[in-house]
Design a protein around this ligand. Structure first.
Ligand code: DOR
Length: 432
């Protein structure tokens, strides 16, 4: 495996936004020996590659707590290499891979495999969440201890939630012996059944089975009762309903160690998009109502949302071309996530750049307890350089991801990642 390369990089005149350290100022940054070496105006350095960042935003590299890279098992949809390339093109210097691969990541060797593939891909940092239960079948606990020793930073059966309350209680009790986070895809199957979109009038009109918001809210509420017993760190993945926001608000008010994430699609799209049965809008949890979108945005404004996470879920075109009921759920979105968040949050006056970048840097780092998401002298140089003003049109043929199941194709978006630097090495530069 190639050794890490130490590059000397001088970023000139960029607007450094480092929310963790309350920094928002125009300055230079010198990177050397994998780290931030100096910050200040008028820096110079012989032999450094100079990046003119005038008018650009320089931020700690983005962190995505929720991606599906499909390896092992479904490499035709995505590999760790292609997903990692998509990640750095989106400004992400760290991502967390979900365990719903084939076979699932439910033992230590699988965790090691994903890490190894990540190192070989040499693009973004790869973190791993292992499965809570063996085969993600919800019956027997997986080897949470051994996976955590192998470096898994958290556990989830993502793709589905752990249905059996007794199994979930054992999981949180066992996992509380390790410094890990338990994450949950909240969905009570007895309520969701085989729903294909949000339950309600629209689903009835379209003749599609619906997933009631209660499916998410009941499991979230149940888990929070379990967390009260164990006090383990708990992370609610891709929350999508106004009811979930209320539950999270209450849990946080009680001081419970509960965090949550929101996706771009749940901030931007509603069930109305499903009207023409376009399967690129089929996702789980499903797109909800405008009321839910507004509640999620209010939650961001209130500071209740800890992380913006893509739930990048690549699928084959041939599968997405199946009829709506048979098509798989998921949206591929790593490469356009940042401008989508901007559109949903900054352009709508919900928050400013610093508040938005906090949910993409130090706050998600805190959820998985990694020392990242800050750009002070001495910090590891994970950096994204963003042109906030440039407009571009989403063209899936230019994706590094192998998949094209993206509802934003053809959208005109504002803001583009120009450079992504990972551990002091330029791993992505936008084509000029
Ligand atoms: O839409 C989704 N797709 N939601 C999930 O929870 C899983 C994901 C996938 O793996 O395709």
């Amino acid at each position: 495996m190639a050794k890490p390369v130490s590059q000397k990089i001088l970023i000139k005149n960029g607007r450094l936004i480092d929310p963790k350290n309350s920094v928002d100022t125009v300055t230079d940054i010198l990177i050397d020996d994998f780290r931030v070496c100096r910050i200040g105006k008028g820096l110079s350095s012989p032999n450094a590659e100079v990046i003119d960042a005038s008018g650009k935003i320089v931020t700690p590299g983005l962190i995505d707590l929720h991606v599906h890279f499909r390896q092992p098992g479904d490499e035709e949809e995505e590999t760790i290499a292609s997903g990692s390339a998509a990640a750095v093109a989106g400004g992400f210097t760290s991502v967390v891979c979900m365990p719903n691969t084939n076979p699932p990541v439910d033992e230590a060797t699988a965790v090691e495999f994903v890490h190894r593939m990540g190192r070989q891909a040499r693009k973004t940092f790869i973190y791993v969440m292992g499965a809570i239960t063996k085969d993600r079948a919800g019956k027997e606990l997986a080897e949470i201890g051994l996976m955590s020793l192998a470096g898994a930073i958290g556990f989830t059966d993502d793709g589905c939630g752990v249905q059996d309350t007794g199994v979930m209680l054992r999981a949180v009790k066992y996992a509380s012996m390790f410094d890990v986070v338990i994450a949950q895809h909240c969905e009570d199957q007895s309520l969701a059944r085989h729903g294909a979109m949000n339950a309600g009038y629209k689903a009835t009109v379209l003749g599609l089975p619906g997933i009631d918001p209660l499916a998410e809210e009941m499991m979230l509420w149940r888990d929070i009762q379990l967390i009260k017993k164990t006090r383990i760190r708990y992370h609610a993945q891709h929350i999508s309903t106004a009811g979930s926001v209320r539950i999270i608000r209450q849990a946080k008010a009680e001081g419970l160690p509960v965090t949550c994430e929101v996706t771009p699609h749940h901030l931007l799209l509603t069930e109305e998009s499903v009207s023409d049965y376009n399967t690129n809008y089929k996702v789980n949890p499903p797109l909800r109502t405008q009321k839910d979108v507004d509640a999620l945005k209010n939650a961001v404004q209130e500071g209740l949302v800890d992380a913006l996470a893509t739930d990048h879920a690549p699928h084959l075109q041939s599968e997405k071309e199946l009829e709506f009921l048979a098509a798989p759920c998921g949206i591929a979105g790593l490469e356009c996530a940042l401008p989508l968040y901007r559109k949903a949050l900054i352009d709508e006056g919900i928050c400013d750049w610093s508040q938005m970048l906090a949910m993409l840097t130090w706050r998600p780092a805190g959820v998985i307890r990694v020392d990242k998401g800050s750009l002070a002298v001495g910090d590891r140089a994970d950096v994204a350089i963003i042109d906030p003003d440039v407009e571009w049109t989403v063209d899936a043929d230019r994706f590094f991801s192998k998949s094209r199941n993206c509802p934003y194709i053809g959208w005109k978006l504002k803001s583009k990642v120009l450079y992504t630097i990972v551990a002091g090495e330029i791993r992505y530069r936008a084509a000029t």
